[in-house]
Design a protein around this ligand. Structure first.
Ligand code: 13P
Ligand code: SF4
Length: 378
């Protein structure tokens, strides 16, 4: 495994990780719920809790808004009256909220260790090297539009914003990539090669006009001819949760349920998305299953907490199973526990900010441009 040191910008926005005090460790479920409700009541309108669909049940039940990355970014940008935005999700989501928030607001992430392994696969210095090496390979970088998945650091978003690029989420990737193709000759899509490949293919880019840029190889592992031929350059990053789903699992499901349908998140591999019946973001998955006819059977290729919740919500009218029989859990989303949430809320009641996310101003300026460009695309 590659190990890299954090840049100064990353260190600043990650902040100092404070350990959870012992007094928050041995609380019964009932006591936890009562105390969380009491803290929420005390903070009232001063607080808004945002929860991503992959959060555990014990946490998401306290969220004022739930959603996918796009919906939550819009909620953060809506600039409500709340003074504190507590983000039950992962680090890049809280950073995006801090970039989009109103001046009077503060963003907190209950556990600073709730990161995203995919976002960590693209560092700002690697992107600078990529840009330099592409130029040396004879690619006109001024005609590349960089598109970063929202699952990336604020520093990556800032680089992208400064170079005429834009952020996308899994909900709007096709619209955003079309926007980018109208403005440039080729796209660099990072950090998720799978979202990039799946969406690019949907937009009609043939696979032989895509090339994978490996940040750990000289010249990304490409020849000048490879780089110049590519309309879509795909950063070699992936989601360790969604790449666990396989075509064999789809075949096994179809054998058992010939009438069943498979719905996959576009962070899954190209083969899985091609073999599935439908692919889309978490919000798309929820919407599709809720609208599906009674009696239908679905295998879902996304994080297990969302699948379990849909299973319970829609039973017994529909049969919903996880495509991976063992279930795929995002261990960093899981780090946000009710205990951490309570500690952060108690801190706010007492006037102490635990785990505030602060993106440095210079980074924020360019990253906001890339996020604002995305929010304007419908
Ligand atoms: P969406 O919620 O945008 O579908 O993304 C899934 C994800 O992996 C978030 O990290
Ligand atoms: Fe990152 Fe994948 Fe977890 Fe989403 S599911 S937060 S992309 S590791």
């Amino acid at each position: 495994m590659d190990i890299r040191l954090l840049t100064e910008v990353e260190k600043q926005s990650i902040g100092e990780r404070q350990p959870l005090p012992d007094r928050y460790l041995r609380l019964s479920d009932d006591e936890m719920d009562e105390r969380l409700l009491a803290a929420k009541r005390t903070l009232g309108e001063r607080l808004v809790i945002l929860g991503h669909h992959y959060q555990r049940d014990e946490v998401i039940k306290f969220a004022d808004f739930t959603g996918d990355s796009l919906k939550l970014a819009r909620a953060a940008a809506a600039r409500g009256a709340a003074e504190f935005i507590v983000f039950c999700g992962v680090h890049f989501m809280a950073e995006s909220a801090d970039i989009l928030r109103a001046p009077h607001q503060k963003v907190l992430l209950p556990d600073l260790a709730a990161g995203c392994s995919m976002a960590d696969m693209a560092a700002e210095d690697q992107l600078e090297v990529c840009w330099r090496e592409l130029r040396a390979l004879g690619v006109d970088v001024d005609r590349i539009v960089p598109v970063t998945y929202i699952n990336s650091s604020a520093a990556i978003k800032a680089f992208v914003g400064e170079h005429g690029g834009v952020v996308c989420t899994s909900t709007n990737a096709a619209a955003v990539m079309s926007w980018a193709f109208e403005r440039g000759e080729r796209l660099l899509m990072l950090p998720d090669q799978h979202l990039g490949r799946n969406t690019g293919y949907r937009l009609g880019i043939p696979l032989d006009r895509m090339a994978v840029w490996d940040p750990h190889e000289i010249d990304g592992g490409l020849t000048a001819a490879d780089a110049q031929n590519a309309r879509l350059l795909l950063w070699k990053g992936h989601c360790s949760v969604h790449t666990r789903f396989t075509v064999q699992q789809i075949q096994a499901f179809r054998k058992k349920h010939p009438e069943g349908k498979v719905i996959a998140h576009p962070e899954c591999t190209f083969d899985v998305v091609q073999a599935a019946d439908l692919a889309g973001s978490t919000e798309f998955i929820i919407d599709t299953l809720r609208k599906s006819p009674a009696g239908s059977v679905w295998a879902v290729a996304t994080e297990i907490h969302l699948v379990n919740r849909l299973m319970r919500e829609l039973a017994p009218d529909r049969t919903i199973v996880t495509l991976d029989p063992f279930g795929c859990l995002c261990s960093t989303m899981f780090r946000v526990s009710p205990n951490h949430l309570l500690w952060v809320l108690d801190g706010l009641v007492e006037g102490t900010l635990h785990n505030q996310i602060i993106v440095p101003d210079e980074t924020k300026r360019w990253a906001k441009l890339a996020l604002d460009r995305m929010l304007e695309i419908r």
